[in-house]
Write a protein that binds this ligand. Structure first.
Ligand code: CDP
Ligand code: CDP
Length: 235
């Protein structure tokens, strides 16, 4: 029997392990991995660097016309390119993290990103993480996962990432405030708010290691692939 490729949507709050899981699933299954948050971060970097006023709809539209985003595998790592420049480090800065959620409320920005994301996933065989992947981008995804973890654990994880990069001057309070503020803006915005799709499976990974959550999600993926391959689910 030929194996069908499915679409996997991973959504959830900030720093709860979405990218780690989606990336590992894609690797195990031989799928494409897309970090949709990196795309909103790249747009935000452009807006900051070019001092785009996000209240000015014409300036936002003109800026979006100037932006190209793509991903490349560099030394085995998926890296984000903005107008052909590698911005992987720059988009993870606190400068971008502090401004990305307001930028992601703008419908014109969302429309452009969703279009690009849908093009990337048109053939299936993709694992994409974000906030609206199961509710907007791939409403028909065969597997939708919604990750949660306690704010304490998410703060601890993100802080550990900063210190592993040698950044030691960011406080726990700063990280926690950024996560809480983004979660609030992302969940309450008018266009495509972060929420769990009705058919998404919730995974609270506060007490799970990345490997444990991968094994659980992998078994769900295999079930979904089998179902699709047997023609039980319309593609
Ligand atoms: O990795 P982290 O959880 O810190 O965030 P991210 O996935 O890099 O996303 C950064 C921001 O982009 C989020 O806080 C949202 O404001 C926005 N975003 C969005 O609106 N829709 C998506 N599909 C993905 C990200
Ligand atoms: O994509 P998102 O912002 O949701 O989170 P992430 O960047 O995948 O994960 C944030 C950090 O949490 C990473 O350093 C992961 O290794 C770690 N993590 C963990 O410790 N336990 C998990 N079950 C999942 C992620």
């Amino acid at each position: 029997m030929e194996t069908s490729k499915i679409t996997i949507a991973v959504d959830g709050f900030a720093a709860c392990g979405k990218s780690t899981l989606a990336k590992a699933l894609a690797k195990e299954l031989g799928y494409v991995y897309v970090d949709s948050g990196a795309m909103y971060r790249a747009v935000t970097l452009y807006f900051l660097d070019h001092q785009i006023d996000i209240q000015d709809a014409m300036a936002v539209d003109a800026a979006l016309d100037q932006i190209t985003i793509h991903f490349e595998n560099v030394n085995g790592q998926n890296q984000t390119f903005l107008n052909h420049v590698n911005v992987e480090d720059a988009i993870r800065s606190m400068r971008v993290s502090s401004y990305v959620s307001p930028v992601a409320t703008i419908s014109a920005v969302r429309k452009a990103m969703v279009k690009l994301q849908q093009t990337m996933g048109a053939k299936g065989g993709i694992a994409m993480d974000g906030r609206d992947i199961g509710t907007v981008v791939f409403k028909n995804a065969e597997l939708k996962l919604f990750l949660t973890a306690s704010i304490e654990e998410r703060t601890r994880r993100r802080l550990a990432e900063w210190s592993s990069k040698g950044v030691l001057d960011i406080t726990k309070e700063e990280v926690e405030k950024n996560l809480r503020t983004r979660d609030h803006i992302d969940s309450t915005r008018a266009d495509s708010p972060l929420c769990q799709a009705d058919d998404a499976i919730e995974i609270d990974n506060s007490l799970l290691t990345p490997e444990e959550q991968l094994q659980f999600a992998l078994s769900l993926s295999k079930e979904a692939i089998e179902k699709k391959s047997m023609g039980l689910v319309a593609s």
